[in-house]
Design a protein around this ligand. Structure first.
Ligand code: NAI
Length: 310
């Protein structure tokens, strides 16, 4: 197993640390346009892996040749947002960075699976799909796993139960238009709408949506990394170990949920061949409407991007 992480910033270096700590691969490449940053981080992680008694070769580089033949490429290079920005404000700049990277990945690792993190993430999944010959099953965005984690953490705090006992999922785009599936959220088989008052549920939803923004505002000089790297790692591990887990993953829709040729997060079975099956869940009328609106919005953003010369 060979894994390459492109973008050795906050999120990329944190994912690299998790991959090495879990001994998931014997060869890890940390690649960045800033070669010194990649080299510095990879040396640091290599020392931690020696202390953990793992044997992993870690390359820090700006050269895609070193990534050749990777089984999984993770794209987290680009510009992060500041407190007052939305993820969509990064559209043009990151689309151009991600399209360049996608072509390099295709050249050096044509059989790879791709995990996309760069924001606006769902549109970056589309950029990779559009720019390359990778199939839709090969390209996956991890934002729904992060949003679901945030949603479950809030419910678990409210009810004082372990987050793993919260059955539920956030689908839709990794943006303010995400759709927490309240109608499908259960604790010990009971719908949360029978356990948590409506007002509190509304608060949980708005806190889920604002989680990233709140963290960025607290930190002042930086973005999130622990939650995103945990979500990315969950997806990477599911692919690498062929776990066939059903996760909320951003993927190109081909008619599912009424979307076509655009990506949003939907429940999908993931294994070492990437996305193996997309599940269409039953939703309440309100959830259906929200998802439909998010698809329309994503389609408009993609149309705008198609007009730009990347
Ligand atoms: P960062 O600024 O710490 O790191 C970005 C890295 O990308 C830098 O090291 C930079 O040198 C590198 N880079 C820029 N252009 C490059 C290129 N053409 N080739 C290779 N490397 C290049 O940013 P951070 O916080 O790690 O965030 C990275 C991206 O991930 C941002 O777009 C951010 O919005 C996104 N993000 C997405 C999340 C999600 O849930 N989908 C969560 C957190 C961040």
């Amino acid at each position: 197993m060979k894994i390459t992480i492109i973008g050795a910033g906050r999120v990329g270096s944190s994912i690299a640390q998790r991959v090495s700590e879990w001994n998931l691969t014997n060869e890890l490449v940390l690649l960045d346009i800033d070669a010194d940053r990649a080299k510095g981080s990879s040396l640091d992680i290599h020392h931690s892996s020696a202390i953990e008694e793992n044997k992993c070769i870690i390359h820090g580089t700006d050269d895609y040749k070193k990534s050749s033949g990777s089984d999984i490429n993770v794209i987290c290079a680009g510009v992060p947002r500041k407190g007052d920005m939305s993820r969509l404000d990064l559209l043009k700049q990151n689309a151009s960075i991600v399209s360049e990277i996608a072509l390099e990945v295709e050249k050096y690792s044509p059989k790879s699976k791709l995990v996309v993190i760069t924001n606006p993430m769902d549109i970056m999944v589309w950029v990779v799909w559009r720019k390359t010959d990778f199939g839709r099953e090969d390209i996956m965005g991890m934002g729904g796993i992060l949003d679901t984690g945030r949603y479950k953490s809030l419910i678990s705090n409210e009810l004082d139960v372990c987050p793993s006992n919260v059955e539920g999922m956030v689908i839709g785009p990794h943006s303010d238009l995400m759709v927490p599936l309240i109608s499908k959220t259960r604790i010990a088989g009971k719908p949360i709408s029978n356990i948590i008052p409506q007002e509190k549920i509304k608060e949980i939803i708005s806190k889920t949506i604002d989680s990233g923004k709140n963290i960025i505002n607290y930190l002042g000089d930086g973005g999130t990394k622990h939650g995103p790297s945990a979500a990315a790692f969950k997806l990477i591990k599911t692919i690498a170990t062929n776990r066939k887990k059903i996760l909320p993953v951003s993927t190109i829709l081909q008619g599912e949920y009424g979307g076509k040729d655009l990506a949003i997060g939907v429940p999908a079975k993931v294994g070492n061949s990437g996305i193996e099956k997309i599940y269409e869940v039953d939703m309440s009328e309100n959830e259906k409407k929200k998802l439909k609106d998010s698809i329309t919005f994503t389609r408009e953003k993609i149309k705008k991007l198609e007009k730009m010369d990347l």
